[in-house]
Design a protein around this ligand. Structure first.
Ligand code: RFL
Ligand code: PHB
Length: 393
């Protein structure tokens, strides 16, 4: 078997890359270890930047998002028992964000690829990258008990943080930059109408909490917890009590409660692998970098990577020129590090760090007050949150 681009992973990065390439007449095969159902049902991100929304729209996969997603023109920063709205359009020249779940984006991309006759293979095992530095890298894998080999011109490692592609870059040829945070997020889905029209990022003495939504009947809520904590320690009553305590305001706002039908704990880390390329192997998305979810950036950063990668690949296959592809890692890393900083900054500003002293709390509060009261500071948050322009300029 052979193809132009062998793509490992059918997450946002892999599926969007296959879609963008197909629109430009470049063929690919996507190899995914999980089942289609598992991919389409895993609950993760919810926030799409303006540039990601525009990208899905302009490439023909935005129709359901436009219908079912919710446009948000701001967020609330809540601290000291008071809310402070950050208005995106007025601070960013009219930009906003869209609440539309990641697994719905994936359903739309899978449907579009299959309708276009794309080659997506689910439930493959033992994927291995071979000869990444030759001009014919190969993917070996196991499909339905059969050993297979796929000869490629380029391999795209879109297999997430726990995938195999990053390790195909020899250790001496890559540098990892990492930070673990001393807390995690406890996330729930609850059958209850939204408590707020917009997301609420709340810093309280008991720790961080986030109010998000999924639909007119489902709320997505998170609160900071110990990374070693366990879902079993949190019966529903205790979860609501904790969220109510953290989100309490002085103006009578109430959090609507309802049956909780999903609970999970998400670790928090920052991570960057440099470079994002080795020979003809290109890493994109979580395979190359991780951000803590506080800035809602992971999926969006994956999308930004594959836009740059697709442009480079199209140039290569059209004209044989490798200039854009050679610049891939450096081009992406500029945005990656900006986004790493933003996600770290939001995380540091809003969470309680074990061992912090009152001086540190006062600094956090001063920073929050500055963002809430200065147009310059609010603009910094807003322009990063709605997202910088995508592409390599
Ligand atoms: P993914 O989504 O992890 O997809 C990788 C795919 O590769 C497959 N795979 C393999 N396939 C074949 N062989 C192997 N050896 C393989 N190893 C792995 C996996 O099964 C999977 O299908 O990576 P990708 O495409 O880079 O996309 C990244 C995003 O999924 C991620 O950054 C976001 O979900 C992060 N994130 C958020 N991002 C946002 O932009 N906005 C948000 O609001 C947001 N909220 C979140 C988040 C992530 C969260 N969690 C659970 C980490 C909220 C949460 C709670
Ligand atoms: C979500 O809705 O899942 C969500 C929203 C904002 C974040 C992270 C996750 O920062």
């Amino acid at each position: 078997m052979r193809t132009q681009v062998g793509i490992v992973g059918a997450g946002p990065a892999g599926l969007l890359l296959a879609h963008l390439l197909a629109l430009e007449g470049v063929e690919s095969v996507v190899l995914e270890s999980r089942s289609r159902e598992a991919v389409e049902q895993t609950i993760r991100a919810g926030v799409l930047e303006q540039g990601t929304v525009d990208l899905l729209d302009s490439t023909g996969v935005g129709e359901r998002m436009r219908r079912e997603g919710a446009l948000h023109r701001g967020i609330e920063l809540r601290f000291g028992g008071r809310g402070h709205r950050i208005d995106f359009p007025s601070l960013t020249g009219g930009r906003a964000i869209m609440l539309y779940p990641q697994h719905e984006v994936l359903k739309d991309l899978i449907a579009a690829r299959l309708a276009a006759g794309g080659d997506l293979r689910f439930e493959v095992a033992d994927v291995a990258v071979e000869e990444a530095t030759s001009d014919r890298p190969r993917l070996r894998f196991n499909e339905g008990g059969q050993a297979r080999a796929l000869d490629c011109e380029v391999v795209a490692g879109c297999d997430g943080f726990w995938g195999v592609c990053r390790d195909a870059i020899p250790e001496g040829r890559r540098t990892a930059y990492a930070r673990e945070y001393p807390f995690a997020w406890f996330g729930i889905l609850a059958e209850a109408p939204p408590s707020s029209d917009e997301l609420i990022y709340c810093s309280s003495e008991r720790g961080f909490a986030l109010v998000s939504t999924r639909s007119p009947t489902v709320q997505r809520l998170y609160f900071q917890c110990d990374p070693d904590d366990h879902e079993d320690n949190w019966p529903d009553d205790r979860i609501w009590e904790e969220l109510q305590a953290r989100l309490q305001t002085r103006d009578g706002w109430t959090l609507t409660e309802g049956p909780i039908f999903q609970k999970g704990i998400v670790g928090m880390r920052s991570f960057v692998c440099e470079p994002m390329q080795h020979g003809r192997l290109f890493l994109a998305g979580d395979a190359a970098h991780i951000v803590p979810p506080t800035g809602a950036k992971g999926l969006n950063l994956a999308a930004a990577d594959v836009v740059v990668l697709a442009r480079g690949l199209v140039e290569l296959f059209r004209s044989g020129a490798g200039g854009r592809l050679e610049a891939y890692s450096a081009t992406c890393l500029r945005r990656v590090w900006r986004t790493e900083h933003f996600s770290w900054w939001m995380t540091s500003m809003l969470h309680r760090f074990p061992g912090d002293d009152p001086f540190q709390h006062r600094l956090q509060l001063a920073q929050l007050e500055y963002v809430a009261s200065s147009e310059a500071a609010a603009t910094t948050l807003a322009e990063n949150y709605v997202g910088l322009p995508i592409g390599d300029g």
